[in-house]
Design a protein around this ligand. Structure first.
Ligand code: AMP
Ligand code: MN
Length: 223
């Protein structure tokens, strides 16, 4: 177990803690982008109500439900399908980072996040995507849309690097990177290259934001 992580049992022993469970649903695919770039795997994430990328899931009350049953309940709300989650799907548990984005900062009790990984068939993943945009009660509310994670790198360096440079909730970016390596979905060398490029994109983004900022400043002064 990596440092800073808790076993499922240790995490549950903290009665004063709040608990949240999230899952990475994924499948293999033979499909190709532009008919030539292998997509290899479909990994589902979501654009959340707060504008951040994250995994589906949410708060669970271990005094009233098991972690897995609570996660299934959250998935029904967010994805519109009842997906059974098993103890065997548990990947890790850890204390959530104190973050300015996080709503957990308004509460004094510590938040433990439990992460699950579930491999599915490609048709099941497509069904989840359809239901999430049609029958899910949270669609357009807590969830603004499901997104697939691009694992490839285009000629211009786009794809995984650009995706990783966006803003993520809590430790979702680390959960993604860790899963990519653990499940052999991306080679360590490839991920390293993508992250190096992400840092450059991040610098460009800061410059872009400055331009937009200057624009609004000029407008504000005119009124
Ligand atoms: P949610 O209901 O999905 O917003 O999740 C419940 C809590 O878990 C929120 O306070 C989030 O800040 C936090 N959270 C959501 N996703 C993650 C994640 N991937 N890693 C760590 N914390 C998260
Ligand atoms: Mn959620």
């Amino acid at each position: 177990m990596a440092s800073g992580q808790l076993s499922r049992a240790e995490a549950l022993a903290c009665s004063g803690c709040r608990h949240a469970c999230h899952v990475m649903l994924y499948c293999d695919t033979k499909s190709q982008l532009f008919g030539r770039l292998p997509i290899r795997h479909i990994i589902l994430m979501q654009m959340r109500f707060d504008g951040l990328l994250g995994f589906p899931g949410g708060f669970v009350k271990p005094s009233e439900e098991t972690l897995e049953a609570g996660l299934s309940r959250e998935l029904l709300e967010e994805l519109g399908v009842a997906l059974p989650i098993l103890v065997e799907d548990h990947a890790d548990s850890c204390y959530a980072p104190a973050s300015s984005h996080s709503s957990s900062s308004s509460s004094s009790s510590r938040l433990i996040t439990h992460f699950y990984v579930k491999k599915m068939e490609e048709e099941q993943i497509r069904e989840v995507e359809r239901a999430a945009a049609s029958t899910a009660t949270d669609h357009g509310q807590e969830v603004l849309g499901m997104v697939r994670v691009p694992l490839y790198t285009t000629k211009g360096g786009g794809g995984l690097a650009a995706f990783l440079s966006h803003s993520f909730i809590g430790n979702a970016r680390s959960q993604l990177a860790d899963s990519l390596l653990r499940l052999n979905l991306v080679a360590p060398e490839e991920l390293h290259k993508a992250l190096t490029h992400s840092l450059k994109i991040h610098t460009q983004t800061a410059e872009d934001l400055q331009v937009a900022f200057a624009l609004t400043e000029a407008k504000r002064k005119r009124f």
